[in-house]
Design a protein. Structure first.
Lengths: 266, 88
C-alpha cells in the first residue's frame, strides 16, 4: 500500500509527512512531484504544508493548477482519500474540493505554537481511530489560517457534520481565546460531501513521537486502517465510522523524535 | 489590438479585511481623523492582445474567475484601455 505525498516548489512539511507514514505507522510513503501526471498507484494522497509557489497571488492558488493536481482532483472525485495539511488545506479550498477559503489571521501575525483541537467527527478516513470529543494537542504554523465561508456554507458544514476539527481550550470548549486565527466557529478542519477529502490547519505529522507528543498519530493510523478496509485497487467506497483501538502515544518509537524536531518550518 | 488591462481585487463585503482595518487604525493613530472603511487589495496590470474590447473583457473575466480572484472571498473590477483611448 503506497501513500503519496505531493511535493510542490515551496512544500516544506513533505519530509515530516513521509516520516509520519513510514516510521509512524509503518506504511510505504512515496513523493509525487508536482509536474507528474501520475499518482503511481497510491491509495491515498497527502498535500503537505509549506509555501507552495511562494504563496504568490493567494496561498494555494497556483499549486492548484499543477499537473499533479488534475490527477488528485480526479482521484478525490472518485472517492480516494485526500488529506490537506495547512498549505495543503489552502490548496484543497482553492481547487474547489473543499468549500470556503483561508485568509490572513485576524491578528495579522504568523502564529506558530501548539493548540488544542477537538475531534468533531470520527467517520472520515483520517479520524476513525479517534473518538468524537477527543482533544488533541497539535502545533499550528501559519499566517493565513482564518477559515471563512458565507453563512449558508458554514451552516451547511455544521448540519452535514462536516466540521472535523475545532479549536478548543483546555476544557474542550471552543472559546474565542482558543481560536488562534479568527476562524469562523473555531473551525480547524473540514471534509467534503463524500467525507473522503479532509483539510486542516494544524500539523498532525509533527506530533507522531513520544518526545514531541503523539496526538497526530491517529490521523495516519486511521488512514492506513481505512485504506486496508477498502481492499485492493483504488479506494472508492466510503468507510463506516471506525471502532478500532484509539492510536496512543506508546506506539511511536522515541528515536524519530530528534529528527522530527529538526524539521520545524511550516 | 493590444489592450492595457488593470484589475483591482478587494475583499468581498462581509469578509474580514484585517489589513484594511490595520491601515485604518494606523492612520487614526497618526492623527488622520475622519478615515472610514479602509479596504486593502491587490492590483494586477498587464497588456493583452485581442480582436476587440468585448473579446478582451470576456477573456479577462475568465482569468479573474479562474485565477486572479477567489470569488469566495474577493471581488474584482476590470479596467480596459484600448490603444485609441490610451493617453499618448
Amino acid at each position: 500500500m503506497k501513500i503519496g505525498i505531493v511535493r510542490f516548489p515551496g512544500s516544506n512539511c513533505d519530509q515530516d509527512c513521509h516520516r509520519a507514514v513510514d516510521e509512524g505507522v509503518g506504511a510505504e510513503a512515496v513523493y509525487l512531484w508536482h509536474k507528474s501526471h501520475s499518482l503511481e498507484g497510491c491509495r491515498a494522497i497527502l498535500l503537505p504544508g509549506g509555501f507552495s509557489y511562494g504563496d504568490h497571488l493567494r496561498a494555494g492558488a497556483i499549486a492548484r493548477f499543477s499537473p499533479i493536481m488534475r490527477e488528485v482532483i480526479a482521484f478525490a472525485r472518485d472517492g480516494g482519500p485526500v488529506l490537506g495539511i495547512c498549505n495543503g488545506f489552502q490548496i484543497l479550498c482553492e481547487a474547489g474540493l473543499l468549500p470556503g477559503a483561508l485568509v490572513r489571521n485576524d491578528s495579522l501575525r504568523f502564529r506558530s505554537y501548539p493548540v488544542r483541537v477537538r475531534v468533531e467527527q470520527a467517520d472520515t478516513p483520517f479520524t476513525s481511530e479517534y473518538e468524537e470529543g477527543d482533544v488533541l494537542r497539535m502545533p499550528i504554523a501559519h499566517g493565513e489560517g482564518q477559515y471563512v465561508a458565507d453563512r449558508s456554507a458554514i451552516d451547511a458544514l455544521e448540519s452535514e457534520r462536516r466540521v472535523i476539527f475545532r479549536y478548543v481550550d483546555e476544557l474542550g470548549q471552543p472559546t474565542e481565546e482558543a481560536n488562534p486565527n479568527g476562524s469562523a466557529r473555531n473551525i480547524a478542519g473540514i471534509c467534503d460531501e463524500g467525507r473522503r477529502v479532509v483539510g486542516l490547519m494544524p500539523h498532525p505529522e509533527r506530533v507522531v513521537s513520544n518526545l514531541l507528543g503523539a496526538d497526530g498519530l491517529g490521523v495516519f493510523h486511521s488512514l492506513i486502517g481505512s485504506v486496508r478496509a477498502t481492499g485492493d485497487g483504488t479506494a472508492t467506497q466510503a468507510l463506516e465510522a471506525g471502532d478500532g483501538p484509539a492510536a496512543r502515544a506508546a506506539e511511536a518509537p522515541a528515536t524519530q523524535a530528534a529528527e522530527a524536531a529538526e524539521a520545524s518550518a511550516p | 489590438m493590444r489592450f492595457e488591462i488593470e484589475i483591482r481585487v478587494t475583499p468581498r463585503e462581509g469578509i474580514v479585511d484585517p489589513e484594511g482595518q490595520t491601515i485604518g487604525q494606523a492612520l487614526d493613530n497618526l492623527g488622520y481623523s475622519g478615515v472610514h472603511h479602509v479596504k486593502a487589495g491587490r492590483l494586477v496590470r498587464f497588456e493583452l492582445d485581442a480582436d476587440d474590447t468585448d473579446q478582451a473583457r470576456s477573456s479577462v473575466d475568465r482569468m479573474c474567475e479562474e485565477l486572479i480572484a477567489n470569488p469566495v472571498i474577493e471581488r474584482y473590477e476590470v479596467q480596459i484601455r484600448s490603444p485609441e483611448t490610451a493617453s499618448p
